[in-house]
Ligand binder design. Structure first.
Ligand SMILES: [Zn+2]
Length: 126
């Protein structure tokens, strides 16, 4: 649905209920795709790491960046742009723009994923 105030997405859950994710329908598909994966990251972090059954996150540009947001962004990046597939695309010569189209995300999202991967090499690549 359309959301005001620069809000990209909201995720909330109440005890014994299912988590609900709302995406801003006015944003481009590539952004909504990343926001969906980000909100799913909140569901995973709250459910499996913190065993929290009652929470709500509202994601807007300029929000405070904390460990919850870091986890959700890392989750989204790994879900939508798996490291093995990024490596394969690099080898066959895909540009950043081609990778963004391939993964269905924005160019800044691909750049951020590359930055994170180069800062934190996976155990398999050490
Ligand atoms: Zn968030």
């Amino acid at each position: 649905m359309p959301l005001d105030g620069g809000i990209s997405g909201v995720v909330s859950k109440q005890p014994r209920g299912a988590a609900e994710i709302v995406l801003n329908s006015t944003e481009p598909a590539a952004r909504r795709r990343f926001t969906w994966a980000h909100e799913l990251g909140h569901v995973v972090e709250r459910g499996s790491v913190a065993s929290d059954e009652d929470y709500s996150f509202t994601d807007a540009r300029g929000n405070d960046y904390n460990l919850h947001e870091f986890f959700a962004d890392e989750f989204a990046g790994a879900l939508l742009m798996p490291e093995d597939e990024i490596t394969r695309l690099e080898i066959v010569g895909y540009s950043i723009a081609q990778q963004a189209r391939y993964f269905g995300v924005s160019i800044p999202a691909v750049r951020e994923r590359h930055k994170r991967l180069s800062n934190q090499p996976s155990p398999a690549s050490l």
